[in-house]
Design a protein around this ligand. Structure first.
Ligand code: NAG
Ligand code: NAG
Ligand code: NAG
Ligand code: NAG
Length: 268
């Protein structure tokens, strides 16, 4: 009886579309390419969300793949599926972000990369002070990354898309450059990855008035191995606040190209 029950459970597990066979998990655990995703809502993903309802349109570029895993809020790996930030950025309705498009694009261009481990950490409406060393989100990001690495793998890059919340007042805008520089340096130090590749996104239009100061800070950053892709020209959705699904797909591909072009795959 017990045996029957067990084999029944096993069959259910096998039939589950997101079940990763033990063999897959072993290879993936050995050598994942790990990416941290952090910042605000555009990194978390609001593509396809209108009036707090996600349309559940998942473009082909964002489909799940057994080689793309995601670290859940509960700190376990699962095959990633959109919206990949929902359990992390849980106070909001999440939609399509750049993460899945990024990962699929990397796999397509570099099939030998093996298993990709995404570590979603972005939280909507956060300013850079909320990401400063010792803050809650900073600690959670660090914790999640260290736990991701324990399963085996190499930290490949931090993808960072933030700044909108710092365009609201002039003091925050003027302090942004030094805060950003410190944030990147702290993350690298605390992860013991002094040359960790960082790919950031420069904002375009913003709600706050001090967009240009933030953009100048982003574009002017003087740190090795920091690449910037420009969101200029990417379309925002009907809310005028967040990138649309096609724009997030495109952004993911831009981030992937920046990563692949950098040719620097390791953090040391
Ligand atoms: C991990 O993967 C990289 C390429 O993606 C390869 O160079 C390296 O040898 C692999 N390491 C192990 C332990 O398999
Ligand atoms: C950043 O956001 C937090 C939470 O909304 C707020 O308390 C703080 O005043 C904001 N700005 C700075 C510079 O910390
Ligand atoms: C980080 O992880 C440690 C050990 O698992 C835990 O005690 C701590 O509360 C975590 N901190 C955060 C901010 O998640
Ligand atoms: C999302 O990104 C677009 C393009 O950079 C920008 O105009 C918008 O302000 C961003 N929204 C938020 C909330 O960060």
């Amino acid at each position: 009886m017990e045996k029957m029950l067990l084999s029944y459970i096993f069959l259910i597990l096998l039939a589950h579309p997101f079940y990763v066979s033990p063999a897959d998990t072993t290879t993936s655990n050995g050598n994942k390419s790990i990416f941290i995703l952090a910042g605000q809502s555009n990194m978390s993903g609001r593509g396809g969300v209108v009036n707090n309802i996600f349309d559940w349109y998942i473009p082909p570029e964002c489909q799940s793949d057994s080689s793309i895993l995601r670290l859940t809020k509960g700190l376990s790996w699962e095959v990633a599926k959109e919206p990949i930030h929902q359990d992390i950025d849980y106070y909001a309705i999440c939609g399509i972000g750049p993460g899945m498009s990024f990962a699929n694009s990397i796999l397509k261009n570099d099939p030998k990369i093996g298993v990709i481990g995404l570590v979603p950490c972005a939280i909507g409406f956060t300013n850079i002070s909320q990401w400063s060393r010792g803050s809650l989100y900073y600690n959670e990001m660090l914790n999640r990354t260290l736990i991701a690495l324990e399963g085996g793998g190499t930290l490949r890059a931090l993808l960072w898309y933030q700044g909108e919340s710092d365009t609201l007042n002039v003091e925050d805008a003027e302090l942004y450059e030094s805060r950003l520089q410190k944030f990147f340096t702290d993350v690298r130090n605390d992860l013991d990855a002094p040359y960790l590749p960082i790919i950031q996104v420069a904002l375009t239009t913003t709600l706050g008035p001090y967009k240009e100061i933030i953009r100048q800070a982003q574009l002017g950053i003087q740190l090795q191995n920091v690449k910037t892709v420009d969101a200029n020209g990417l379309k925002v959705g009907p809310d005028y606040v967040h990138l649309s699904t096609p724009a997030e797909v495109q952004l993911g591909q831009m981030l992937a190209n920046a990563f692949l072009e950098s040719g620097s795959y390791t953090a040391h």
